[in-house]
Design a binder for this molecule. Structure first.
Ligand SMILES: NC(=O)c1ccc[n+]([C@@H]2O[C@H](COP(=O)([O-])OP(=O)(O)OC[C@H]3O[C@@H](n4cnc5c(N)ncnc54)[C@H](OP(=O)(O)O)[C@@H]3O)[C@@H](O)[C@H]2O)c1
Length: 282
């Protein structure tokens, strides 16, 4: 059996690897990339237990092997209680590895002095604190059963991002944290995978305050569908990658960007992102 999208395919061996997981815990599976990851893994492993954690229930049917935990990741106490429940569920789940997907996240676009401070702090809580908190609370279960911790970062993690200053910095944090965690976990049967998508057609841009998503068209197009990002994620898991930047154009930009002095790349980024701000106010 082969599973193909525009860009990638999963082989029979890949599918056998994914069938080694019996439980997936995911944040933000109600929309966008998270929703596509649930649908993609369910295509391959129909009876995997899926626990979705987000504020809104997924519109699609999670099925008899799925459950939804309504949780605002800003609420640290509720997160701690949910993690306790999940640890119990992990013990009760059928034998197999655990897949933890830290996907929830949001951005806030604009000049920092003009942005809402409380929203910036909530972003740090969801994009960083909840990732560290949930992962470290669930690690004991993953270390007993084996597993993979996937974190959805961004290509914004590779350089400072003016006009998305806090967002880019949160993604740089989780990228570095997850890469380091992978080394800390060496020999334990648990690995981490950091996925860095470029612009993806989801609700992200609207939630971040863009009136017009910065999605390009034609040969310069960098954008992808959430389904494509989901399949890059599954392929990264089965190939036991630690870092996946989705698509060769995003990889080239991340690579060449990292070769330039950081002050230059920040100035270049500011010019591009400031233009989007001007377009937003036209
Ligand atoms: N789209 C892009 O261009 C792009 C590019 C690079 C990286 N990413 C990253 O990809 C991830 C998924 O985003 P997306 O593009 O799929 O956008 P999305 O459709 O807006 O999904 C964001 C998800 O995060 C959840 N979420 C937000 N705040 C939350 C909170 N306080 N508590 C719990 N869950 C919360 C949302 O669930 P509820 O609303 O139900 O709570 C939603 O399911 C994010 O980490 C984002 O930073 C996106």
């Amino acid at each position: 059996m082969k599973m193909t999208t525009k860009a990638i395919e999963l082989t029979t061996k890949d599918i056998a690897y994914l069938k080694g997981f019996s439980l997936m815990i995911i944040t933000g599976g109600s929309s966008g990339i998270g929703c596509s990851i649930i649908k993609a893994i369910r295509t391959v492993v129909p009876n995997i237990w899926v626990c979705n954690i987000s504020r809104s229930k997924p519109a699609f049917f999670l099925g008899e092997f799925g459950s939804h935990q309504c949780l605002d990741l800003n609420d640290a106490d509720a997160l701690a209680r949910t993690a306790e429940e999940l640890l119990k569920r992990a013990t009760a789940a059928p034998p197999g590895k655990i897949l933890l997907v830290n996907n929830s996240g949001f951005g806030d676009y604009g000049r920092l002095p003009d942005l809402d401070r409380a929203k910036q702090l909530r972003m740090i809580d969801v994009n960083i604190r909840a990732v560290v908190d949930l992962t470290t609370r669930l690690l004991p279960a993953l270390m007993i059963r084996g597993g993979t911790v996937v974190t959805i970062a961004s290509t914004a993690a590779f350089q400072p991002t003016p006009f998305l200053a806090t967002y880019g910095a949160t993604k740089a944090f989780v990228r570095n944290w997850c890469l380091a965690l992978n080394e800390d976990l060496r020999g334990t049967g648990v690995r981490t995978l950091t996925v860095c998508p470029g612009p993806t057609r989801t609700n992200f841009f609207k939630a971040a305050g863009f009136t017009k998503p910065p999605i390009q068209s034609g040969a310069a197009s960098l954008d992808m569908t959430a389904d494509e990002v989901a399949f890059f994620t599954l392929r990264g898991i089965v190939r036991e990658k630690t870092l996946v930047v989705t698509g060769w154009k995003n990889r080239a930009i991340a690579f060449f960007g990292s070769k330039l002095p950081i002050v230059w790349i920040t100035r270049i980024g500011a010019r591009i992102l400031r233009k989007l701000r001007l377009e937003q106010h036209r």
